[in-house]
Ligand binder design. Structure first.
Ligand code: MF3
Ligand code: CO
Length: 297
C-alpha cells in the first residue's frame, strides 16, 4: 500500500478507484494521482484529494445550485426601492424551503438570517432588517448560499436601485468584469494565483482597490473548504487548479481604500474604513479537464 502526498492511502492497482467510478484504480485515477505526486515532488501546492469532486458530488452541487440561482433570479424580479432587506430574507427563505433546501447562512456560526444584504459601504455580511429600506441610488449585494441533500452552493449578485451615480455603477460593472476575467484565467493544471491576479488586474486597472482579508473558498460537501481564494495574489503562485476542484470567485472591490472596518457591535457587518462604496459578485465553479463548469451565479 502506498500513501499519497495528502496522507490518503492509494488503492491497489486492481482495487476500485477512490473516485467512486467503480472502475479499477489502474484504469481510472492512477495516472492522475501519479501526476499529482510529480507536481508535489516539484514543490507545488495541492489540495487534498478528498476535496476533489466526483461526478456524483457535482450532480449534487448542481441540484443545490439550481435552488440558489432560482432564489437569486426571484430577487432579480422583485427587488426595488421601498423593499426592506427583511423582505429579501423572507423571499429567499421561502424559495429555499419550497424547493426542499435550507439556506446555508441561517445559524451558520450564529448568523441570524438566511442571506447577506450589503448596501453601499457595507463590504459583506450585512444582516437583513425590517428597518432597512432600499432607496433610489443604493447599490446592494445579495449573497445567497443553499444546502440541498448535504451539498452546498454559494453565489451573489449586485443590484442598482433606480438611478445610481455613474461612478458607483462603474464600480458594480467593473467588479462583474473582474469575476469574468477570473473565470477566463482558469486553466486545468495552472495555478489558483492566475485567477486572483486576473481579478485584481481588472479592478485595480479601473482605479479601484481589492479587499485582502476576504476571498473565495472551496465548497461542496462543506460551506467553506480549502483552498482560500485570494484576490490579491500573483500569477503562477498558490495551489494547482486540479480538475474536480470546486471553489468560488467573489472579490470585494472598493471605490476608495482597501481598508475595512470590522468594529460593528453585531460582530458580522463589515464596512469600508473610508465609508466609500464597495461591490461584490460571486460565482461558484468546478475545474474540468478542459476549463471549468459554472455551477452557481
Ligand atoms: N455567503 C458568504 C460567502 O460567500 C458567507 C456568508 S456567512 C454568513 O462565503 F454567516 F454571514 F451568512
Ligand atoms: Co462564498
Amino acid at each position: 500500500m502506498s500513501v499519497g502526498y495528502d496522507g490518503i492511502e492509494n488503492p491497489g492497482r486492481n482495487d476500485p478507484c477512490w473516485c467512486g467510478s467503480g472502475k479499477k484504480y489502474k484504469k481510472c485515477h492512477q495516472a492522475f494521482d501519479e501526476k499529482l505526486e510529480a507536481l508535489w515532488a516539484d514543490g507545488e501546492e495541492l489540495i487534498d484529494r478528498d476535496l476533489l469532486k466526483t461526478p456524483e458530488d457535482i450532480r449534487g452541487i448542481v441540484a443545490s445550485a439550481e435552488v440558489n440561482v432560482g432564489a437569486l433570479d426571484y430577487v432579480d424580479e422583485h427587488i426595488k426601492a421601498g423593499v426592506s432587506t427583511e423582505e429579501i430574507d423572507q423571499w429567499v427563505y421561502n424559495y429555499c424551503v419550497e424547493h426542499d433546501a435550507i439556506p446555508a447562512d441561517l445559524n451558520f456560526e450564529g448568523y441570524p438570517k438566511s442571506v447577506c444584504t450589503s448596501i453601499n459601504e457595507v463590504v459583506c455580511h450585512g444582516i437583513p432588517s425590517p428597518d432597512e429600506i432600499l432607496k433610489e441610488g443604493d447599490i446592494i449585494n445579495v449573497d445567497m448560499s443553499t444546502i440541498k441533500n448535504g451539498y452546498f452552493s454559494d453565489s451573489s449578485r449586485m443590484y442598482c436601485i433606480g438611478e445610481v451615480d455613474p461612478e458607483w455603477k462603474r464600480l458594480v460593472e467593473v467588479t462583474k468584469q473582474a469575476v469574468e476575467a477570473g473565470l477566463e484565467a482558469i486553466r486545468p493544471w495552472g495555478h489558483l494565483g492566475d485567477v486572483g491576479a486576473a481579478v485584481n488586474k481588472v479592478a485595480t486597472d479601473a482605479g479601484f482597490s481589492v479587499v485582502a482579508e476576504y476571498g473565495g473558498h472551496g465548497i461542496g460537501n462543506e460551506f467553506h473548504e480549502d483552498p482560500f481564494v485570494s484576490f490579491v495574489a500573483e500569477a503562477g503562485t498558490g495551489p494547482i487548479l486540479v480538475p474536480g476542484m470546486c471553489f468560488t470567485i467573489e472579490p470585494m472591490v472598493n471605490m476608495g481604500d482597501a481598508a475595512i472596518d470590522m468594529s460593528d457591535p453585531n460582530k458580522w457587518t463589515v464596512r469600508t474604513k473610508d465609508r466609500k462604496p464597495t461591490a461584490q459578485w460571486e460565482v461558484q465553479l468546478v475545474v474540468t479537464e478542459d476549463g471549468y463548469q459554472l455551477l452557481s451565479w
